[in-house]
Design a protein around this ligand. Structure first.
Ligand code: PGA
Length: 253
C-alpha cells in the first residue's frame, strides 16, 4: 500500500511567530487515518517548527547538494539531516524558473538528499504552452528521465513524486480530475517500465496546483493521485484541515 500524503508548501510566507502558530495549529488537526502530513516552512523557521511538530513531519523547501564549504547562502542536505529535518522539495517550478535550476542540478540534489536519508519530494510539471501544444506527457517524462530514473530501485522507492502543472500553481486554475489522472497514470506507467509493478504500485504521486478544500476530494479520489502538495491552502489551518480530514479521503473512494 502506498502512502497518502498531504504536504504544505508555505513558500516565502509568514513571520516567525505566524509560522510557529500555524505549525501548532496544523500539528493539532484531526488527521485522517493513514495520512502523512508534512509542512515545508521557510528554512529560517524549520527548527522552530521541528520543535513543535509531534504529529506532522517538517521538510525544507530547498537544499544544496554539497555537504559543506564555500557556498554562501546555501544550506546542505547534511545540515538538514543534523537538524532533524525529514524531507526536502526538489525541482519545484519556482526554483527551476527563478533560480535557474536544471534537470542536472536536480539530479545532484536528489542524490544528496538520499545519501543523507532526507526524503525527497521531486516535483515535475509542464508550463502552459506545453500543455497547449499537447506534448505535456513527453515533457514530464523527460524531466523524470533526466533527474530521477537513473536511481537504482532501492533508492527510487524512497522518493515521493509530485505532479504540479505550472499553469495551475497559484492561479486558481486547478487541473481537472481527468487531466490529473491522465498524467498520474502515465507517471506510474513509466515507473513500472523502469522499476517494475510492485515499486510502481508503492510510489506516492502527489498532485499540486491550486488544490483546495473545494476540489481536493475529487482529486484525491482519482486512482493514481495519492495526495497533494499544497501552496495557498496550506497557509490557513482551517483550509488545510479539510485536506487532511478523513472525510475528504473516504467519501468518494
Ligand atoms: P498552490 O501551490 O497550491 O498555491 O497552487 C502549490 C505549489 O506550488 O506547491
Amino acid at each position: 500500500m502506498r502512502s497518502k500524503i498531504v504536504a504544505g508548501n508555505w513558500k516565502m510566507n509568514l513571520s516567525q511567530s505566524e509560522a510557529k502558530q500555524l505549525c501548532k495549529e496544523v500539528n493539532s488537526l484531526n488527521i485522517g487515518s493513514g495520512i502523512e502530513v508534512y509542512i515545508f516552512p521557510p528554512m529560517l523557521y524549520a527548527s522552530d517548527c521541528k520543535a513543535l511538530a509531534t504529529n506532522i513531519k517538517v521538510g525544507a523547501q530547498n537544499a544544496y547538494p554539497k555537504d559543506s564549504g564555500a557556498y554562501t547562502g546555501e544550506v546542505s542536505m547534511w545540515q538538514l539531516k543534523e537538524a532533524g529535518i525529514a524531507a526536502v522539495l526538489i525541482g519545484h517550478s519556482e526554483r527551476r524558473e527563478y533560480f535557474g535550476e536544471d534537470n542536472a542540478l536536480l539530479k545532484n540534489k536528489l542524490e544528496a538528499a538520499l545519501a543523507h536519508g532526507i526524503k525527497p519530494f521531486f516535483c515535475c510539471g509542464e508550463p502552459l504552452e506545453i500543455r497547449q501544444n499537447g506534448t505535456f506527457l513527453e515533457y514530464v517524462k523527460s524531466q523524470l528521465e533526466e533527474s530521477v530514473f537513473h536511481l537504482p530501485a532501492s533508492e527510487f522507492e524512497k522518493v515521493v513524486l509530485a505532479y504540479e502543472p505550472i499553469w495551475a500553481i497559484g492561479t486558481g486554475q486547478t487541473a481537472s480530475t481527468e487531466q490529473a489522472e491522465e498524467m498520474h497514470a502515465a507517471i506510474r506507467s513509466w515507473v513500472e517500465e523502469k522499476y517494475g509493478k510492485e515499486i510502481a504500485e508503492n510510489t506516492a504521486i502527489l498532485y499540486g496546483g491550486s488544490c483546495n478544500p473545494g476540489n481536493a476530494q475529487a482529486l484525491f479520489a482519482c486512482e493514481n493521485v495519492d495526495g497533494g502538495l499544497i501552496g495557498g491552502a496550506s497557509l490557513k489551518a482551517a483550509d488545510f484541515s479539510v485536506l487532511v480530514a478523513e472525510e475528504t479521503w473516504t467519501i468518494l473512494n
